[in-house]
Write a protein that binds this ligand. Structure first.
Ligand code: UD1
Length: 357
């Protein structure tokens, strides 16, 4: 069997790592296509190196642009690559522009498409990720759902016959990396001279929080007023938007820092008093590490983290401050994201699938 995985953005490289391992272990031919959506070394190369993926087989070099320009460039380039490889499966990941471009290119060429991380919904139609995931789910032939809640969303949209619960592949990676970095000092603690457990780790990059200058200024001010140092691992998008608007990202408690590699991020989160983020992946990683998380959004796709008390949604400055200073949540051994073997289940499902039930 031959699988072509199409990836392009940071969280997709994390999801790709356990799939690549599981594909090799199963003797499957696995071709990796990188669209080039993310190209900075700290957003791309370090993940291929640290997570031992090796180099992509094909790099489309598409780069940044408006949604239409970026997605269209990927579509045009993918037609050629998918036609050349004619795989048994095109595997697409998550909810980025790379995801929807690959799904659309493959479905038009009558190539079977499987969507990993299917069924997540924010129900916020203003989010580019929500368009991407809804359109990808409805285009795909096989929907690989990470959670029972995601499976329920697919059933509600009439897609139950092509959906399979496999668990969350990011959990596979997180558990491996956590075990490797346990006891390792946080690079932020060493570099910035911060007290262990006495600072917060933050990431903010979503369009909803960065594109409107008033909103970005409000979020930066809220973080700068928190009761402990806040290290903002600043995505190039937030750096560019803040610079264009003259909004300082180092002010008060807030300290801007370059993004970290995946193992360094995990080591830093473990050594922190809490995570403040608008990232999907980091909310879940914080939960799995049992680090309290405050999510700077009005909704989340990972509702289990909120239900179990390890994540709170916070929109205003007051809500963010209340979120980070709340009492430590009750301990839990709930495992809504699976057992760390989701990727093996994905490969087995791709090998065994014989059409909608
Ligand atoms: C994308 C995804 C988002 C995901 C995020 C992970 C979409 C619509 N959004 O958002 O769901 O959570 O990746 O990080 O696909 N830039 C660089 N260097 C890079 C990449 C981007 O400087 O390597 C800058 C450019 O100014 C670019 C901007 O960041 O215009 C936005 O990049 P883009 O890939 O369009 O979206 P993200 O914000 O990264």
């Amino acid at each position: 069997m031959k699988i072509v995985s199409v990836v392009g953005a940071r969280p997709q490289f994390v999801k790709l790592a356990p799939i690549h391992q599981a594909a090799i272990a199963a003797g499957v031919e696995h071709v990796i296509v990188h669209t080039g959506q993310h190209y900075d070394p700290m957003l791309s190369d370090v993940f291929f190196d640290d997570l031992r993926i090796g180099a992509p087989d094909v790099h489309l070099g598409v780069g940044s642009g408006s949604h239409g320009v970026q997605t269209g460039a990927m579509l045009a380039a993918l037609d050629v690559v998918l036609d050349e490889h004619r795989p048994d499966w095109v595997l697409v990941y998550g909810d980025t522009n790379s995801t929807v471009a690959a799904a659309l290119s493959a479905v038009k060429m009558h190539l079977p498409v499987a969507h990993l991380e299917a069924g997540l919904r924010s129900f916020n139609r203003r989010m580019p990720e929500e368009h991407n995931r809804v359109m990808t789910d409805h285009a795909a032939d096989l929907l690989l759902a990470p959670t029972q809640v995601a499976l329920g969303h697919l059933a509600a949209e009439g897609l139950a016959d092509r959906a399979v619960l496999v668990g969350d592949v990011m959990t596979d990676v997180l558990l491996q990396v956590r075990d490797a970095v346990v006891g390792r000092p946080s690079p932020l603690v060493a570099e910035l001279g911060l007290p262990v457990g006495g600072h917060y780790v933050a990431t903010i990059h979503r369009a909803e929080n960065t594109d409107d200058p008033r909103r970005l200024a409000e979020v930066a001010a809220a973080l700068s007023d928190l009761d402990r140092p806040v290290v903002l691992l600043a995505h190039p998008r937030v750096v560019a938007k803040a610079a264009a608007q003259g909004i300082p990202l180092t002010q008060g408690s807030l300290i801007a820092h370059a993004p970290l590699s995946y193992p360094d991020l995990i080591a830093s989160a473990v050594s922190s008093a809490g995570v403040v983020t608008d990232s999907g992946g980091l909310q879940k990683e914080a939960f799995l590490l049992r680090v309290p998380c405050t999510t700077v959004r009005t909704e989340t796709e990972w509702v289990e983290t909120v239900g179990l008390g390890w994540n709170v949604l916070a929109d205003s400055a007051e809500e963010i401050a209340a979120g980070v200073t709340r009492p430590r949540p009750a301990e839990t051994d709930a495992a809504p994201y699976g057992d760390g073997h989701a990727a093996e289940r994905v490969i087995r499902t791709l090998l065994d699938w014989d059409g909608p039930r």
